[in-house]
Ligand binder design. Structure first.
Ligand code: CP
Length: 305
């Protein structure tokens, strides 16, 4: 039995196979419509979510399966003090696979250690969000045609943004990747990403503060929101929250093929006027999230179609 805690739980070869499967699902959805008949996914969300929870549920329903779960800690027995370990022991009796989001780093890993069903990390605190990374990789590969030889700008809250941490870890395994890390001083990537992931893999990167300086050299811009829920101090959040706003004027500085991705939700960091720009790919990215989660469910349940 396999779990997914980090994108690195999949080798590059396994990842390629999973993305190929997602592309096949996109092309031939009817082929997969009954692949999970009789199977159930439990979505255990101790933190708010729109995309991740609903896309897991849509993915299982598209495969013919059923869904159960909770969408907040308060609507589960966690509110009465039940541990994650005990909860997953119960859920192992009700479902075949589970996706868990939790504010504490490592909570899905703790669950996986006692679980009788595959556990998928659907976001743990400021740590990792591997299925967002699978979504991002599928989007990039489908729209750019490759996962190597790209200059990628990551902009915004690079300190607390778990999607950025997972994406960097996944992309350093491809050749010709260069990063431009765009953030205010207070929200730079954590040291372990800079030292243990980027420097130790010999991946070229630069850190800049001004988005305008980075835009002309990028193949892809990955915008992120400032993660209000991870700040200890509301004043710091208010000071940082509008540091970057991508608008039509700034998009003029970018190349004609530079894609804009965002894991969403967006707050103010991308002006709605950018939505109509053909380079804005963040809503297409959401659709890829369903295909890749369908592929992941099939892979972890070892269902062959
Ligand atoms: N991208 C993402 O994780 O969105 P949600 O928080 O809505 O699930």
């Amino acid at each position: 039995m396999r779990h997914l805690m980090s994108p690195l739980d999949l080798t590059v070869e396994e990842l390629d196979k999973l993305l190929d499967l997602a592309n096949d699902i996109e092309k031939f959805p009817e082929k997969y419509a009954h692949a999970c008949d009789g199977k159930r996914i439990a979505t255990l969300f101790y933190e708010p979510s729109t995309r991740t929870r609903l896309s897991f549920e849509a993915a299982m329903m598209n495969l013919g399966g059923k869904v159960l779960g909770f969408s907040s800690a308060n609507s589960s027995s966690a509110a009465k003090g039940e541990s994650v370990s005990d909860t997953i022991r119960m859920v192992s009796c009700y479902a075949d696979i589970c996706a868990m989001r939790h504010p504490k780093e490592g909570a899905p890993l703790v669950a996986s250690m006692v679980s009788r069903i595959p556990v998928i990390n659907a976001g743990d605190g400021g740590h990792q969000h591997p299925t967002q990374t699978l979504t991002d990789l599928l989007t990039i590969r489908s729209l750019k045609g490759r996962l190597g030889n790209l200059t990628i700008g990551l902009c915004g809250d690079l300190k607390f943004g778990r999607t950025v941490h997972s994406l960097i870890e996944a992309l350093v395994r491809y050749t010709g990747i260069r990063f431009v890390l765009i953030s205010p001083e207070e929200l730079r990537v954590p040291d372990y990403i800079r030292e243990d992931v980027l420097r130790s893999n010999g991946v070229p990167f630069e850190e800049v503060i001004r988005l305008e300086d980075a835009l002309p050299k990028l193949d892809l811009l990955y915008m992120t929101r400032v993660q209000r829920e991870r700040f200890f101090n509301e004043d710091d959040y208010v000071r940082m929250k509008d540091f970057y706003i991508l608008d039509s004027a700034k998009m003029k500085l970018a190349g004609p093929d530079m894609l804009v991705l965002h894991p969403l939700p967006r707050v103010n960091e991308i002006s709605t006027e950018v939505d109509a720009d053909p380079r804005a790919a963040y809503f297409r990215q959401v659709q890829y999230g369903v295909y890749v989660r369908m592929a992941l469910i099939l892979t972890l349940l070892e269902v062959n179609v």
